[in-house]
Design a protein around this ligand. Structure first.
Ligand code: ZN
Length: 333
């Protein structure tokens, strides 16, 4: 059974129908809205009734996460076909479960990774560039989060300290974005593929996927999860919220000024948000920022992989400075 999101359905539905039917009979179900317990339940029921033998997920991050959850629940092989490079979800053995109205609920961890991940960069190039850029936001956080986990020997997403390999791949992910990020945007804007786009798709999908899963997450994703509690941010993509989380992480952990400048410069060059206003929070109140910080610091959150004890007060301060620096650069331009 193929689980396809509405975009992939309208853009590639016919082609998909043709190519999948060559492999035998299959059914095509449309993913609706959120990767929520309710949607996983609904699609699992349909797959069971159809006596599905394989689950194929086609589309963006949430449809793919739902497909993984359905396949895992039914004990079936899982094939993942991303049409976007907007998150590092495709390769991981994990889904992020949201409430039906889009707030972060929990991570669902599986015993194994998808059996197949197939990305056609020609398809990624045809999608709006904002998706690719958002994926770069998600991928840019990978090395910094893995680095904090490495320093504390914190558990990665499988519960063990990350191996050296994952740190090497995370670093390569960062270097690839710095080198090829801007060229990949140009490539995608013109809907064509050059090697820089191939590289960034690989960084966003594979390197960031292996990097976060085996290296571990830290403050950036916890702060992202905090942002999801504010309805105003729901129209913004995962990586767009993660990047504000990353900027806050850089300030909070006292990274070198040269590195902070480098990250802001990169974000501004490719169009990643650097201010709260760019993720829907132009009028954020102090109370809202505190709410984000409190959610980011709940027990069990990955922010506690930071090399020192983090309090909501520190997170609030870091978010404010991250935003102020973003606005300062905007005004100076
Ligand atoms: Zn992420």
């Amino acid at each position: 059974m193929a689980i396809v999101d509405t975009f992939a359905q309208s853009a590639y539905g016919d082609e998909l129908q043709k190519s999948l039917s060559k492999g035998g009979s299959f059914s095509l179900e449309t993913f609706q809205g959120e990767c929520s317990d309710e949607e996983i339940e609904r699609l699992s029921g349909i797959a069971q009734e159809a006596n599905a033998k394989v689950i194929v997920g086609v589309g963006g991050g949430k449809a793919l996460d739902t497909s993984k959850a359905v396949g895992h629940r039914l004990g079936l092989p899982i094939a993942i076909m991303p049409t976007l490079a907007s998150t590092d979800a495709p390769c991981s053995a994990l889904s992020v479960v949201y409430t039906p109205d889009g707030a972060f609920k929990r991570y669902l961890i599986f015993s194994r990774n998808p059996d197949l991940v197939l990305v056609d960069t020609g398809i990624v190039a045809k999608a709006p560039v904002r998706y690719l850029v958002s994926g770069m936001g998600d991928a840019l956080a990978t090395w910094f989060e893995a680095e904090d986990c490495r320093m504390t020997r914190a558990a990665n997403m499988t519960g063990r300290p990350g191996p050296m390999t994952s740190h090497g791949l995370s670093k390569l992910c960062f270097e690839c974005l710095m080198e090829d990020g801007l060229s990949a945007c140009t490539s995608c804007e013109h809907k064509v593929v050059v090697p820089a786009l191939d590289n960034v798709v690989e960084a966003n999908t594979l390197l960031s996927g292996l990097g976060f899963e085996s290296g571990g997450l830290a403050a950036a994703h916890a702060i992202h999860n905090g942002f999801t509690t504010l309805g105003e941010t729901h129209d913004y993509y995962h990586g767009e919220k993660v990047i504000i989380g990353l900027l806050a992480q850089l300030w909070m952990t006292g990274r070198e000024r040269a590195m902070i400048d480098r990250v802001y410069r990169f974000c501004r060059s490719v169009g990643l948000p650097t201010t709260l206003a760019q993720i829907g929070l132009a009028d954020a109140t102090d109370r809202q920022t505190e709410q984000v910080a409190e959610r980011a610091c709940v027990p069990g959150e990955t922010i506690h992989n930071t090399p020192f004890a983090v309090t909501p007060k520190m997170v609030t301060a870091a978010i404010k400075v991250a935003d102020a620096e973003g606005r300062r650069l905007q005004n100076a331009a």
